[in-house]
Design a protein around this ligand. Structure first.
Ligand SMILES: *Cc1c(COP(=O)(O)O)cnc(C)c1O
Length: 460
């Protein structure tokens, strides 16, 4: 029996065991697995993923979660606290997103289960609010926008028209956007920042185009929503991307990323109540009772709302600003190391998350070497590039210095190995000459197999 996680240490549960295991033993197994896995990121060498990385903070959130972990927020008469948490999470996020600037409508929000959830609800709202007018709506998204938009389009029958981005700035091609709006276009999308390059689309210009055509503009602030506003306050050159920009109608901001809450929450902000309410769901004549829900989820844990609220109220603007300051400074140091190597090229003008490539060799050679030093970067393709989303674990003393030293060696390794195939490039990098239908099918089979393996026990 090989390969299955922890099979050397613990029994594999192939069936629901007849006899239960005592609590101490169960908790001890969990503790073992958790502390083993924490070592992969506690070094500060893992891109993104662990946004706070502070065990005191996690303990605090876990305690907040525990008071309401078992509460179902659908039953509001039993938990008025959920309304306090949810309403205040939304109000605080709206405030951060410049909702004070909205005139002629009431800005509102929705707490969802994550970034993909916020994006899905935005796509649904644009479809529903235009449903009567358009049979098959479409939305224009930059190529760099998150796959969640395409997934939502797939689920809800909304076509995504994919706009190219400028290869140097990595920002969306505005002329393409303008030329491709048609009678069925219900919204545009811009990212602040996008996941791949950490760059921000021209939101002002997209807003002007959206207004001119009377359509929506969703700003994907899933990643940047809780950090870019503080970068702006700290004086970094980040253009406005929030409701202060005319034309912006929805913004997604993930509390479970730089909001430093537990995994499982995000906020979708709407400039108007009518837009949000267009996707409320009702079944008034069900025999089981009158049913309504604000979004796609049914039962939700009150614990997640409590923990998200706790994170925001505890940190306050000053806490978020302090964390952002350290993250921006660390990212600048790490980018400086990249810029010191003429063979490396940073993609566009990023801030807290930066991506780089090389025009002299396959950047996956650099990744191959960095892996041997314990770095875990995110891989990109078309063109091959790797990125580092700087989070709090990188702000620990010594991490940026380790990066600078390891990167210098990695560049040396890449130049001497440039005629070989990089190991990690085969998995994460693009296919030479571009993809085609055949390669696409092969990759899908490989990915399906990977997902299957993640949810099954191998045969004994
Ligand atoms: C993470 C991310 C998303 C999707 O969020 P999930 O929480 O993973 O569902 C969307 N957009 C951007 C820019 C992101 O970084």
């Amino acid at each position: 029996m090989s390969g299955f996680p922890y099979s050397e240490q613990f029994d594999i549960n192939r069936r629901l065991p007849e006899a239960g295991t005592d609590k101490e033993s169960v908790l001890s197994m969990l503790e073992t697995m958790s502390s083993t896995e924490n070592q992969t990121w506690e070094t500060g060498q893992c891109s993104g993923t662990m946004y706070c990385g502070d065990h005191d903070h996690y303990d605090f959130l876990n305690q907040a979660f525990s008071y309401f972990s078992y509460v179902n927020t659908l039953q509001r008469d039993m938990c008025p606290s959920a309304t306090k948490f949810e309403a205040e999470i939304i109000a605080m996020t709206l405030d951060l997103m410049g909702a004070d600037h909205v005139q002629d409508s009431t800005p509102v929000g929705l707490v969802t289960s994550g970034g993909s959830g916020s994006i899905a609800h935005a796509v649904l709202a644009y479809r529903e609010s235009n449903g009567a007018k358009v049979a098959r709506p479409n939305i224009i998204k930059p190529e760099t926008a998150h796959p969640a938009f395409s997934k939502a389009g797939h689920l809800f029958g909304v076509d995504m028209k994919v706009a190219p981005v400028d290869p140097v700035t990595t920002r969306v091609d505005l002329d393409w956007v303008k030329a491709n709006i048609d009678a069925n276009t219900v919204a545009l999308i811009g990212s602040a920042s996008n996941y791949g390059y950490g760059t921000v689309d021209p939101i002002q210009e997209l807003g002007a185009i959206a207004l001119e055509h009377g359509i929506g503009l969703h700003v994907d602030g899933c990643l940047g929503g809780f950090i870019l506003p503080f970068g702006r306050e700290l004086g970094y050159d980040i253009p406005a991307f929030d409701f202060s920009v005319p034309g912006v109608t929805t913004i997604s901001a993930d509390t479970h990323k730089y909001g430093y809450a537990l995994k499982g929450t995000s906020v979708l902000c709407f400039s108007s109540q009518a837009l949000r309410n267009s996707q409320y769901f009702y079944l008034t004549d069900w025999s089981g009772g009158k049913y309504c829900s604000p979004g796609m989820d049914g039962s939700r844990s009150g614990g997640l709302l409590a923990a998200t609220w706790a994170a925001m109220v505890h940190l306050g603007r000053s806490g978020y600003r302090r964390y952002a300051e350290a993250i921006f400074a660390t990212s600048a140091k790490m980018q400086e190391a990249v810029r010191s190597h003429p063979s490396l090229r940073i993609m566009g003008s990023p801030s807290f998350l930066f991506s780089f490539t090389s025009d002299e060799y396959d950047i996956y050679h650099v990744n191959d070497f960095l892996r041997t030093r314990g770095w875990r970067m995110n891989g990109q393709q078309y063109p091959n590039a790797i990125h580092m989303a700087v989070t709090r674990p990188q702000t620990q003393p010594g991490v940026a210095e380790r990066w600078t030293a390891d990167l210098a060696e990695a560049v040396g390794y890449a130049s001497t190995h440039k005629d070989q195939e990089p190991k990690s490039g085969a998995i994460y990098g693009g296919v030479a000459g571009g993809s085609n239908d055949e390669i696409d099918s092969i990759i899908k089979v490989f990915m399906a197999d990977m997902m299957d393996q993640q949810s099954s026990i191998p045969a004994p």
